[in-house]
Design a protein around this ligand. Structure first.
Ligand code: ATP
Ligand code: MG
Length: 202
């Protein structure tokens, strides 16, 4: 029975890895075609937050939603945007301190991160996921979205995962012609923010 459990765990890891690699390559193949759907992010976020309710409770954590209700839709692919929220909230719970809050904030943004890719848009919706956890040392931040990159591989092995989550987020955001910024203070926590162009009727 002991060995069956080990095999089961390994099979699960392997299947997760294959799934993540497939997601990544699919998003990459479609990179030159921005998705055209009209997406209500509030709905997507509510659903993902609910999905993580149980996981959060296991660490005595709470997911708080702080969302403006009258936001315009964004242009995108619902499944991919759900994946972005899923990966960011999953990380916030995984790396957040037990007993702390995870806050998902959604608002209109008029000031943009200074990134070339984003100049063409003058209005965006900003989604940010904030945790109170150990934070990320500055020198690691530029590398977080690399495939398989992990800040502390010995420690992260215990919490599981493939190290592809943020690589997937980066590719999806890029395909959506959006931008991601990462702010973190060691010992305090991290904020991952995604800026997405709003849906404009042609
Ligand atoms: P996976 O998401 O595939 O299950 P993962 O969480 O290790 O595995 P990523 O989501 O890509 O992979 O994150 C890469 C690394 O960045 C993590 O291993 C962790 O070291 C660091 N990291 C990501 N999010 C946070 C966070 N909110 N707080 C602290 N460190 C983080
Ligand atoms: Mg992750």
């Amino acid at each position: 029975e002991q060995f069956l459990k080990v095999m089961g765990d390994q099979a699960h890891r392997m299947s997760q890895l294959v799934q993540d690699l497939l997601t990544l390559s699919k998003v990459e193949v479609d990179a030159s075609q921005p998705p055209m759907g009209k997406i209500d992010l509030i709905k997507v976020i509510r659903k993902e937050a609910q999905h993580f309710d149980w996981t959060a409770q296991q660490k005595d954590m709470q997911i708080r939603l702080d969302m403006k209700e009258d936001l315009p839709p964004v242009r995108g692919d619902e499944g991919e945007l759900a994946q972005v929220v899923h990966n960011l909230v999953g990380n916030a719970i995984k790396y957040g301190a037990a007993g702390s809050d995870v806050t998902i904030n959604l608002r209109m943004s008029s000031s943009f991160p200074n990134v070339a890719n984003f100049r063409a848009y003058d209005r965006a919706v900003c989604l940010s996921v904030r945790d109170k956890g150990e934070g990320i040392p500055k020198e690691h931040i530029p590398r977080l979205t690399e495939r398989f990159y992990r800040v502390d591989s010995a420690r992260t092995r215990q919490v599981g995962g493939t190290g592809l989550g943020l690589a997937i987020v980066k590719h999806i955001v890029h395909r959506h012609r959006g931008v991601m910024t990462i702010d973190s203070v060691v010992g305090k926590g991290s904020v991952f923010s995604i800026y997405l162009p709003i849906y404009e009727e042609e």
